[in-house]
Unconditional design. Structure first.
Length: 388
């Protein structure tokens, strides 16, 4: 029986947020298990409960958490830990497929260590999600230190992936083109998609009859994902609709105090509600489906699975126009020039004034999203991994 080991060392801490790469591998694993593939996981203790929330039960080889936090320092520690430690339970993993789910050193290093045990017996597949800008200070809405660390981490990872990996899964055609320009071996590249659990989302969304929230935002609440723009946008919206309610689903990072203070200064406490990160899928979709629109003022994305989930839940999507997102989502969201929060708020208000427009956007998007089912994506990747 084929053994496939996912490496997801980025799930750390007591209450971690879940990256798109982490959610992606869990969705794929769910379908592979139905095909009687032996799927295993290298991660932390925390990953066990998260896997259960996705209805995925995997044998887990545990790298212990060194901290209850999931901040920048904790990820640096995790990288060093992956360099020095592999669980003894993997001592007999000398043949099979190793799949690193994120293009970060803490996943890549563990994959290389396993690959070097038996180069012929181990196939390493590496997912690549986002290519950071060069030079790193071109990265928007992020501190210089974070940008430099992110750049170094990604470039080292890509160098190692190019040298050691057998298969590379760029998550989008644009990422594949960027890797080609950087000199990645084209024989390794197999562009793939992200998806949605369409039938499950529709089943939940159709039970929601009351739209309690005028808009929903679902992302890690940090500047690079548009957190500060979000507050500015909503300040403009309530000039039109005084009691407009914004729901924010997601963890707040180290800028939490700045964001909370900004909300207080703008007197928006009654207009903005936080849920924190929601691990329970049904609960998350129920909240999402209670929104009238989905807003996504992010400055940095590759795919943005949340856009697809919002479309599947029947919400019209309003987003900053990033080239990477247009390549995936075409003309189905309402696009806004990057950084122009006033135009963003104006477009939202236009939608509130024209219900037929909102309904048309959501109907077209719902038809489009039907081409992004996780089952098809899982089958496509399995064929690539198991080809002779």
């Amino acid at each position: 029986m084929t053994r496939i080991l996912f490496i997801a060392n980025g799930i750390i801490g007591k209450n971690p947020g879940l990256s798109g790469g982490d959610a992606r591998f869990l969705e794929i694993a769910r379908y592979w298990l139905l095909k009687k593939i032996r799927v295993e996981l290298l991660s932390s203790q925390t990953a066990r409960q998260i896997s259960c929330n996705f209805n995925v039960e995997l044998p887990i080889h545990i790298i212990p958490n060194l901290s209850d936090d999931s901040n920048r320092f904790a990820y640096v520690l995790r990288t060093l830990q992956s360099l020095l430690y592999l669980p003894q339970s993997l001592n007999n993993f000398n043949k099979g497929i190793v799949y690193s789910v994120n293009d970060s050193l803490f996943d890549v290093i563990s994959a290389i260590r396993l690959k070097l045990r038996n180069r012929k017996g181990i196939t390493w597949a590496a997912a690549v999600h986002l290519i950071p800008p060069f030079p790193p200070w071109k990265r928007k809405k992020a501190s210089l230190l974070n940008s430099i660390l992110f750049f170094i981490n990604e470039r080292l990872s890509l160098l190692l992936i190019n040298f050691f990996a057998d298969i590379v899964f760029p998550i989008s055609n644009m990422t594949a083109m960027q890797l080609k320009k950087m000199g990645m071996s084209t024989r390794k590249l197999y562009p793939v998609k992200c998806g949605v659990d369409l039938m499950r989302i529709r089943k939940i969304a159709e039970t929601i009859k009351l739209k309690k929230y005028d808009a929903v935002f679902m992302k890690r609440v940090q500047p690079v994902k548009g957190a500060f723009d979000l507050i500015k946008i909503w300040k403009e919206v309530i000039k039109y609709k005084r009691n407009a309610k914004l729901l924010i689903i997601g963890d707040v990072d180290e800028d939490e105090k700045k964001i909370v203070d900004m909300i207080k200064v703008e007197k928006l406490e009654k207009n903005i509600q936080f849920t924190g990160y929601i691990f329970d899928f049904e609960k998350k979709i129920r909240y999402l489906a209670q929104g009238k629109i989905f807003i996504h003022p992010s400055y940095e994305e590759n795919w943005a699975i949340v856009i697809g989930e919002a479309m599947a839940a029947g919400l019209p999507v309003y987003s900053y126009r990033l080239e990477e997102l247009v390549d995936v989502w075409k003309d189905f969201p309402v696009w806004i020039p990057v950084g122009n929060y006033k135009i963003f708020s104006q477009k939202i208000i236009e939608g509130y004034k024209n219900k037929e427009l909102l309904d048309s956007v959501s109907r077209n998007a719902l038809r489009f999203i039907q081409g992004f089912d996780w089952k098809d994506i899982a089958n496509q990747e399995l064929k690539i991994l198991l080809k002779p």
